[in-house]
Structure formats: structure tokens, C-alpha cells
Ligand binder design. Sequence first.
Ligand code: GLC
Length: 690
Amino acid sequence: MIFRYDFGAPLDTGAVIRHIPAEKGVPGFFDVSREGEKIRFSIALSRDDMIFGLGQNVRGINKRGHLYRSWNSDEFHHEETTKSLYGSHNFLVFRRTEGNFGVFFDDPGAVEFDLGYTSADRAVITSENGNLSLYIIPGDSLKEIVRSFRRLIGRSYIPPKWAFGYIQSRWGYASEEELRHIVHEHRSRHIPLDGLCVDIDYMEQYKDFTWNSSTFSDPVSLNRDMKEEHVRLIPIIDAGVKEEPGYEIYEEGLERGYFCKKADGSNFIGAVWPGRSLFPDFLREDVRRWFGRKYHALLDTGLEGFWNDMNEPALFYSEEGLEEAYRQMDMTKGENIGIDAFFGLRDIFGGIANSPEDYRRFWHDFHGKKVRHDKVHNLYGCYMTRAAAEGMEEYDSDKRFLLFARSSCIGAHRYGGIWQGDNTSWWSHLLMNLKMMPSLNMCGFLFTGADIGGFSNNTTEDLLLRWLQLGVFTPLMRNHSAQGTREQEIYRFGLQEDMKNILTVRYGLLPYLYSEFMKAALGDECMFRPLAFDYPEDDLACRIEDQVMLGDQCMIAPVYEQNARGRYVYLPEDMLMVRFRSAEDYDLLPVKKGHHWVDLQLNEMPLFIRRGCFIPLSRGAEWVDAVDFSSFTLIGWLDDEASYSLYDDDGCTKGWSLEAGIRRIEVSKNGDGFCARGKELALDPGGLLG
Ligand code: GLC
């Protein structure tokens, strides 16, 4: 059962796909109070209660004990105290002694989540605008609650199979030659590769849907040659459109009135990479259709994937903000600048980007009504992703395209994946990547991953290697770094052989990972889960913050500390540890329930398979299409017969179906050993321990 309660005048955000009639009164779980426009929902917490969810955010898998704010933000230097990241995912799961429930705040504006921060025994959620629908999902099991929520918000985006391959990216790849060189460096060393992201450098003066013709003179042959190497190019598209007379997108948008406007009806000008820019009103259907169709010309060159960026939208400054900053600067000219004036002066320019005033300066036309941007701020990125997805759907309705974006809210999960934003080459961000996986999955974002190796600052080779060992499991596996930082391609490092070997594990596990992804997407399940979801009776397991469940068979526990030669792991049940060095070089160690120190050299990564389960392992390959989905070594610790549902499909069309795609692998006891059966599959039970 799902219950909906409306407050104020909620807007139809598009997050929910099923109609639930609104209840009268207020939801029993919360005390509701008002303060001006704001509405507060408050609930007492007992000592052992836990709170999961909130999607993209800092801190724990259990979100209790801190303050978060849903306000999509370009936080390129986020750390533990950052309250808002790039996405707003207002779904929480309360695990309480008094009964579990899930709650979704369907609110397109700012929402603050004080989850035991001000007062340890209270969660207070504040909608700043007070116009929202609240959905309450009671349920016994956490898995069930999430499944009901996911059915409410609709099926998660499914990318093409090739997008599960390793993707290399960097801000700064400046020419066709450079891209060809990078591919060559991978292929000649047999480092697996399926995609190459092209950042803003491919555009002419950072103008969307253009190529810089002096550095990328022939995109069609570039794409063709790349595909011959089994590599797809994935260009970036930004939200802001450069103000430049004669530039087609600008001229058309201007003429048709498609850009966001200020209260007086003039166009809002903000600056991003190209300088002064205008922002398509993606909340309008006609604007989405127009912008979505702009992808067609790029698709015509043979492209099959894109990433959408700066769609919070990020604003370096607005016309007005800049003027005001200059005015204030002028006022201090010739003055004696003391401590306060000095810091004030510094803040004038420091606070100019993404300023709250700027987000109040422009308006949208949403469902036929004028709405000020700050009231619907968190929808903007989602509606840009939707524009792109619908454009691709129109281009070829049966083909799967890769699409992932930076900014999102719930609803965007149906149109594309997301990456986890501009992280830093810090060990703590490797751990944050792990923690975000289950939280994002609960909110529908299955195709996700972080910038492996870290985006800002210089990576180190041990950090990159350990991060790849986590990235092996994340559906989006992309190494991305910022301009000006140390070059981060695998082949730049002395440990490249170890890194390459770790990548073979990704390709070896691909049939398993793809199966688990597709089963999660088609069944509205989480591919990554907190241990509390699978071991609710085990209080210790419920509190674990650095291990997560992967699919129904496995648990992962990556190393995330510098110089660590292993780590402590808690096993909530007996498990088989696979210590991988590569897809073909691994040890199998049965480990009993309990606490263990696990030795892991820098080139080794663990995977834990639950006793009684097994997984299929293919041989490694250098690109996804070369992975063998029919011949496997089965790995597991079995006492009895067992089975696994392997999923496969053509990977490129939308003809997915669990009924048609599942092939059962059955294992039975055969004297002291095991024998395996699976339709049209070559199975080697050599990795099964009894
Ligand atoms: C933003 C993106 C980052 C990209 C950069 C340049 O910071 O988050 O991934 O590399 O812009 O386009």
C-alpha cells in the first residue's frame, strides 16, 4: 500500500508514474507544522533506528546524524560537510523498532533533511516552499518498501551492453589525433576499452552540437574508425547555450522564445564555459522536443552515446550578479581595507557562482504556468536528460543509446544514468563511491558510477588501482579526470599491468554483472544493497558502512585506504572469498561467518559469494562484444544443488524481457563433485567447492 498526502499546491514533477489518490489529513508517522511557507515533518527516532536512501549524498549508507539539503549544486569540491550535491533524491527508508516505512517527498524545490543533527532523537524534514506530495510506503522488509517505491516511479533506464565496458575520459582531449592515440595506447597494450568520452574540448568555443573543425575535421570517419577498434565516442553536451549571433541553436532558441526569461520577459543571461549563455526552458515540452532533435545531427555521424553536464544549471555568474560585484568592488576602491572589508571583498567574487539570487532571477513555463526557477530548481537537470532521451527515442525508438548526466532528481532515472559528479582523488571519495551505490539504487539510479581515480587533484597509482577494483562492479566504469591534473590513463602508470589485469575481472564478470543489472532494472530491485536489507536480524551486519551486497549472490568489500595490504571484513554468513588478480588468476577461500582480516596485496581484489550460491565467470576480453556469454567457469561454495538465472539479450535493442532472456544454470551433486546444466551453455563446474 502506498499513501499520498498533498500539501499546498503540489506541481506535477513527473517523478511518479502511478496515480495514487490523495488521502485526507496528515500522515500518521509525522508531526506536521508550518512556519510561513515552510512545512516541517518531524518524527521521533529511537536509539537503534536507521535511515537509508537520499541517493546522491555525502556521508554514510545510514544517513542518520547529519544535515542534508536537496538543492542540485555544482559542488566540485565537496567533502563530508557538504549538504547538497548534484542530484536531489528525496526518498528515505526508515528502519525503526516501531515499524519500517519509506517516504518520498515529491517536491521540486529545496528540502532540508535534518536526520538527527540538531537533535539526535528526531528527524525533521523541511520543505522550503511547502508545496509537495508526500508518499508513505509502509512495509515489513526494506527490500519490499524499496520495490514498491520503484514501481511507483517507473522502470530504470537501461543502457546498451557496450556501455558496461571500461570508459576512458578526460577533460582536455583536444584533437582527433589525441583520441586515436589514446585508443592505440590501450589496444596495443591489450588494456580493455569500450568507450572514450569527449569533453568540452571537441566543441567550437564550447558551443553545443558543434565540432571544432580545425581539431575534429571529420567526425564521421573518426567515429567509423573508432568503431572498427570497438570503441564508441561519447561527447558531452552542456545545458547553457552560447550567446552568439549567427549560431544556429542560439538564433533558433531566441526567435522561438525557448530560453528561460526574467520576470520582465527578457532573456536571462548567465555564464558557463562559453561565457554569456542562455538556458533552454527544458520544463516546456516544445523546448525539449527542439533540443532533443539537436542530437540527431550528432547521431547521424555515428555516435551512440552522450553525457549531459552543467545542468543544475551551473552558473558562473549572471549579468546582474557580475554588475553588482563590480559595483561593490568600485565602492571599496581607494578605501583602507581592513579585515572585515578584505574578507567581504573576497566573498563578493567568491559567492558569485551558483548564487541563490540568480536562481530567483529567471522563470519557467511549466504545465502552462509561470514558475520561478528556485521553486522547481531540482527538476532542471532531469528535464534536460528527458529532452535528450526523447530526442534519441524519436531518432530510433528501438535502439538503446548511452546517456548519463550530472544533475538529476527522481524521475530522471527513467531517462538516463548519472555519474557521481566532480569528486577528488581522495581515498575518502573512493569509499563515498561505494556508499552512494545502494542509496542511488534505492532511488532508481542503477546505471551509475563515480569518476574512477578521482576528478580533481592528482591521483596516485595505488589509489587508481584500488579504485578500479571497486569500479569493476559499478555499472558505469569510467576513469575521468580534470584538465590540469596528472594524466590518469592506465598506461601512464608503472602499475599498468596490475590495472589491466583488474580490468579483465570486469569483463570476466560481465555476464554476471549484466544479468544482475538487468534483473534489477526489469524487476525494480536494487543491484547494490546495504547489508541491512539482506540480514535484517543481524544487528552487526546492519551497521556495516564499508561493505555492500551485489546482486543476490555476492558481497563486495573493497580496500579504500592508502598502503593497506588488506582489510577487516565482517561476514554475516559463510562465504566463498574469491581473491582476484585477473579473470584467470584467482584463489578461492571458504570463509566462515564472523570477523576476518583479509590479506589483499595491491594487485588483489576480493569478491564474497554467499555459501549455497555460485556465479558464472567468463574469460576476460578487450571489449564487451568479445565477451563470451555462453561458456563459463562456475564459482561457488555449495553443499547441495543450486541454480543461477543468467540473463542475456542482444544488448542493443529494447527487446528486453526476463522471460526470454533468462537461462537457468542448474548445478547438482555428482559423487564428490558437481555437474552443471544450462541450455546452450558450456559450463565448467571446476570452481565449485563442496
Ligand atoms: C564539469 C564536469 C566535468 C567536466 C568539466 C568540463 O566540471 O562535471 O566532468 O570534465 O565540467 O566539461
